[in-house]
Design a protein around this ligand. Structure first.
Ligand code: HEM
Length: 344
């Protein structure tokens, strides 16, 4: 993937590919990309896509627990009413909490499977490490979920549980991206980014402001903070993401791998702002001290969490694609950095 790009400039000429002892070389616009050739494995990729999609299901199920105020319906952990696998009567909040535990438990098993599968079939060492990191993250996430129950939902722990969930989602989506046919087989079309701040910087800034927004939203949702820092920071998120999308679309619209996530990111951001507004109306303005969770509040807040996760993951994909397709930006910011050829 991110092989030696700088210092490998050669004569101009049409894109060429050559293979030498498993190292492929792509020349485009005078820049040479070197990468360890890796075969596309369809079954492995499809399972990675499935795991990423399933993660969104688990995040949605987790959001339903909070929105339905069902977090402590099952008082013990890791057992549920004293049993590891026995299904309790699915009444009241137990429906949401136990279902979330069931799908989350399945996700741990899927993650174990994708990690082992990746270790077995993958040649790229950094991707093997990422798969192991995914397994570590899902285990941390399960422990945080347990601590939330055992310590009666401290806001900081519940917020950490929300943030690590979305981090795991981003890792799962990245594994799906890196194992895809397009990633493995395409010759990246490389362009030079000489603007400042560079598009790479803008995408990293977008990820940062989204994380801050996720933490502020989590702290409010879990009653550790007022609502206004989250709503005020939404303005920062809107400005930074719009700036990033406009730069990507105005300068690099010819690069499909950059254009597509930029458009999706912008669309999701607009949807997320609308959902945030609806969540605010139903939770804060109209929903003070309800006898029980109202359906409009549940639907809008769960959708707001799910679209927030999709927005963060799309922004991570955009950052990765920008790093791949607009590498000169990074190389020129850090003069003298040479990267040894690595696997694509
Ligand atoms: C693109 C910008 C935004 C992002 C990325 C975002 C993200 C999030 C996330 C991830 C959460 C839940 C955290 C958790 O899992 O516990 C959340 C909660 C919340 N957000 Fe946003 N948000 C954005 C904009 C807004 C706006 C503009 C408003 C209001 C006008 C808003 C209102 C809320 C409310 C009320 C909650 C709490 C929902 C609840 O109590 O269940 N958000 N936000």
């Amino acid at each position: 993937m991110f092989g030696s790009r700088r210092g490998a400039r050669s004569r101009d000429g049409p894109p060429v590919e050559s293979c030498d002892r498993g190292v492929s070389e792509h020349r485009d616009q005078g820049v040479v990309l070197k990468a360890i050739a890796t075969p596309y494995n369809q079954a492995h990729h499809l399972f990675a896509v499935f795991t990423a999609c399933f993660t969104l299901v688990v995040i949605t199920a987790g959001a339903s627990v909070t929105s339905n105020d069902a977090g402590l319906s099952v008082p013990d952990w890791p057992t549920s009413f004293g049993y590891l696998v026995k299904v309790p009567p699915l009444v009241g909040g137990v429906r949401f909490e136990w279902s979330h535990r069931a799908v989350a438990g399945s996700l741990v098993l899927f993650t174990l499977a994708i990690a082992l599968w990746t270790l077995l079939v993958e040649r790229r060492s950094w991707l093997r490490k990422l798969a192991v990191a995914a397994l570590g993250t899902v285990v941390i996430q399960a422990i945080l979920g347990g601590l939330t129950v055992l310590f009666l939902q401290p806001p900081v722990v519940s917020t950490a549980h929300a943030a690590v969930a979305q981090t795991f989602f981003c890792i799962a989506v990245s594994i799906a991206l890196f194992t895809g046919r397009q990633w493995v087989e395409e010759v990246p079309k490389v362009e030079v980014d000489s603007r400042r701040p560079s598009l790479v910087t803008l995408t990293l800034l977008s990820i940062f402001v989204l994380y801050v927004q996720l933490i502020l939203g989590g702290m409010f949702r879990h009653k550790g903070m007022s609502w206004w820092p989250h709503v005020a920071h939404a303005v920062v998120v809107a400005v930074v993401l719009t700036w990033t999308a406009i730069r990507a679309l105005s300068v690099y619209s010819k690069i499909e791998a950059v254009r597509r996530p930029a458009i999706i990111m912008l669309s999701l951001m607009i949807a997320q702002l609308c959902l945030g507004f609806m969540a605010f109306l139903t939770r804060v303005a109209w929903g003070k001290d309800p006898v029980q969770p109202e359906r409009p509040m549940v639907i809008s807040t769960v959708a707001h969490v799910a679209v927030g996760a999709l927005l963060l993951a799309t922004t991570v994909v955009l950052a990765i694609q920008v790093w791949r397709h607009v590498p000169a930006a990074l190389a020129e910011r850090v003069p003298g950095t040479e990267r040894t050829p690595q696997a694509a």
